[in-house]
Ligand binder design. Sequence first.
Ligand code: ATP
Length: 479
Amino acid sequence: MSDLFDKIVSLCKQRGFIFQSSEIYGGLSATYDYGPLGVELKRNVKDRWWEAMVYQHDDIVGLDAAIFMHPKTWEASGHTEAFNDPLIDDKASGNRYRADELIEDYIRGLRMDDEQERAEAVHKRLVRALNSDDTNDALYAIIQDEEIRAPDSGAFDWTEVRQFNLMFETHMGPLKEEGSELFLRPETAQGIFVNFHNVREPVRKHVPFGIAQIGKAFRNEIVARQFVFRMREFEQMEMQYFVKPGTELDRFAEWKQKRMDWHQSLGIRPSKLRFHEHEQLSHYANAAEDIQYEFPIGWKEVEGIHSRTDFDLSRHQEYSGKKMTYYDPFEEERYIPYVVETSVGLDRTILMLLSDAYYEEEVRGDTRSVLRFHPEIAPTRAAIFPLVKKEGLPEIAHRIEDDLRDHFNVLYDERGSMGKRYRRQDEAGTPFCITVDFDTLDDQTVTVRDRDSMEQDRVAIDQLATYIHDKTATWSVDG
Ligand code: ATP
């Protein structure tokens, strides 16, 4: 794992953004809790997504479906049969790996060693293997032929490759009897598909229209050692856009661009974002691309945009016996709508924001660590400090805190030296620090220190909210 990645993980713990779940019991692997700062960051991202998808589109409405769904849902969606990853064990250590990821890491290694031709050849073989009817044997053959060793033990002693279903199973009701099995949903999308009529009819939407949802999803990932990048319990923000068959590729192109714009609107550096076409199209998709971000652990998917044809609605029609067709009153025809889906991981978005925002610099012989979040995303917009804890300065600072609370999330801090207070807020990503000093007593102005430039402005107390609004509106990733 990279140094930068380790620094982000440890800052997250120290500052109360994110820590391991049930830590006092040794932690639960690949599950994480969001602390006071993390939860604010998450809420801000969710609000922005909801605003961009639902409030900015009069043809998109929201939904909050249950995590538990009728087990037939997953037969219809294909998850019971095919939501699998190829698993391989290192016999020496007992560690488990995803066979395709082992090969991808191996290819990355070849590229780094400047063995481009060989990397390309193995990559082509991997794509063929993933698309073949006999993926397990084809992946196993690559691992054998290339003599790929286990990353942890260095051994070359593998089991066969086998498919592993990623759904978590549980039971409903007091008895663990046959037929009581349920799955924790591995994606939020199916809650949208099964509710197509329940949502559309009361709001009287016509195709094209979309349904948006934010919620938890669960996957029993084989390897999950990348902090919140790959979790076993995570949150998705998904939107399914229902369209007339034949128009889906135009909509797909539109949504691709809108989603890329959204990521940039979070203040992410454009050079760190790219589209990536799927190498293995699902049998039901006729287009699929990912938005990738260059994490400290490499270019990886943050969001998938998929043109899923009428696969899901048709399958639910087949398995439930209920009609999933739509009657188009304008063109007087009936059809099963096609679907363009945008599916972004909330936790991966958080990790992207942290990775993009984190930087260090030397200031007077000291290292300053900063999270340079877009001010609208930052957990706290402004911190208010009295220079000293006497002579009425705390009272004025508290009054400012109360006033600004109506506009933003703010906090008050009077502990430690000014330098320490600034550092704490830099690491929390707070864009503005307001200091009440002795001059304030005379002229009703305060100092506002900018997190990124560390420059200070003198601002009248009654102008603070406007000042912060203006600075927020003109903030840009390039400073
Ligand atoms: P990957 O190939 O990385 O496993 P995926 O293609 O299976 O991801 P999708 O099924 O398209 O992912 O899910 C949509 C989004 O949900 C992903 O882009 C990602 O942001 C998020 N996501 C998926 N699996 C996880 C996970 N285990 N932990 C955190 N986020 C996840």
